[in-house]
Design a protein around this ligand. Structure first.
Ligand code: XMP
Length: 319
């Protein structure tokens, strides 16, 4: 793709011009965007870059391993793996308002990056994989007055005290362009083709307050759901799919006993840029089999529902 080749060359020049001999740390989220940003920046400035992968305890199943393998082993890019799950889950305990969750997570990310930068002897820049739609959606609602729909964890600049400047080489790109750039940079297809994953992670897929118990249930249900989608050959047709754990228990029956357990919501949408989306019209038999598998394989769940809301009026994530 010649446009992306040109973009790549230009972006590399811009990064070099902005960063000079400075030190950069790049936050990896496990998503495609931050991975592409990191590989691009590494190409521009080599070992002036250190990547920081923060495990905030709200990642998908096996996420940390996938990311660490890719960066340390495939790319040989220096990577600090921080387990901050106690800190994040501790501060989020009892927080149930969606914006309060997002803001708490955003603040903690900054604290962790700040602390890691100090450990590295200081950093001049913080790199992020912010995309164009992230910028727009945090700023205003299309065509309407300026209303924040969701505070994206990685938009809005850095606090004064941080003394770091932002490097955001993907700020003008849409998701599909980031994937083309990722392929151009040689990222493995399995990584480039991954569905988007939001920085606040499973926190915004667990309406209400978050506990480790709920997150563990959600992680397992999500893994079963994605496995079903892959086995049905639908993963690449769907823009994004994930499970949500509802803060509701309902009554069920298993064998000759009563159960009282959580409800899992399933979400799947088609989209081109995440700004609008349609719910994915699965076959009923697929949904039925997936529900059966989740209830049989995941302890703590006895009911599964499918979300048939498009965007607008729904958003893709539930919070
Ligand atoms: P919504 O829920 O706003 O999501 O329709 C649109 C797309 O953005 C992703 N998303 C985020 N990505 N940080 C991110 O990096 C965030 O705070 C965030 N919030 C939502 C969402 O997964 C979907 O792909």
């Amino acid at each position: 793709d010649w446009t992306m080749r040109a973009f790549r060359e230009e972006a590399i020049e811009k990064i070099r011009a902005q960063v000079g001999k400075g030190r950069v740390i790049c936050g990896l989220s496990g998503g495609v965007d931050s991975a592409v940003a990191a590989v691009l920046i590494h190409e521009a400035i080599g070992d002036q870059l250190t990547c920081v992968f923060v495990d905030h305890g709200m990642l998908r199943l096996d996420e940390a391993k996938t990311v660490v393998d890719l960066f340390r082993h495939h790319y040989n890019i220096p990577l600090v793996h921080v387990d901050a799950s106690k800190q994040f889950l501790g501060e989020l305990a009892g927080v149930s308002d969606p914006e309060a969750k997002r803001k708490t997570i955003g603040r903690l990310f900054i604290d962790v990056f700040d602390a890691e930068a100090k450990k590295l002897g200081g950093a001049d820049f913080l790199a992020q994989g912010t995309l164009y739609p992230d910028v727009i959606e945090s700023v205003s609602f299309t065509g309407g007055p300026s209303v924040t729909i969701k505070s994206h964890h990685n938009v809005g600049g850095l606090p004064e005290r941080m003394n770091m400047k932002l490097v955001e080489p993907l700020r003008e790109l849409f998701k599909d362009e980031v994937r083309v750039l990722g392929r151009e940079l040689g990222l493995p297809e399995i990584f480039v083709g991954r569905h988007p994953f939001p920085g606040p992670g499973l926190a915004i897929r667990c309406p209400g307050d978050i506990t480790k118990e709920k997150l563990d249930i959600l992680r397992q249900a999500d893994a079963v759901y994605i496995d079903q989608i892959r086995k049905a050959g639908l993963y690449d047709t769907i823009w994004q799919a994930f499970a949500v754990l509802l803060p509701v228990k309902t009554v069920g029956v298993m064998g000759d006993g009563r159960t009282y357990e959580y409800v899992v919501g399933l979400r799947a949408v088609t989209s081109t840029d995440g700004m609008t989306a349609d719910f994915y019209p699965f076959d009923m038999s697929f949904l039925g089999q997936t529900a059966t598998r989740i209830i049989n394989e995941v302890k703590g769940v006895n009911r599964v529902v499918y979300d048939v809301t498009s965007k607008p009026p729904g958003t893709i994530e539930w919070e």
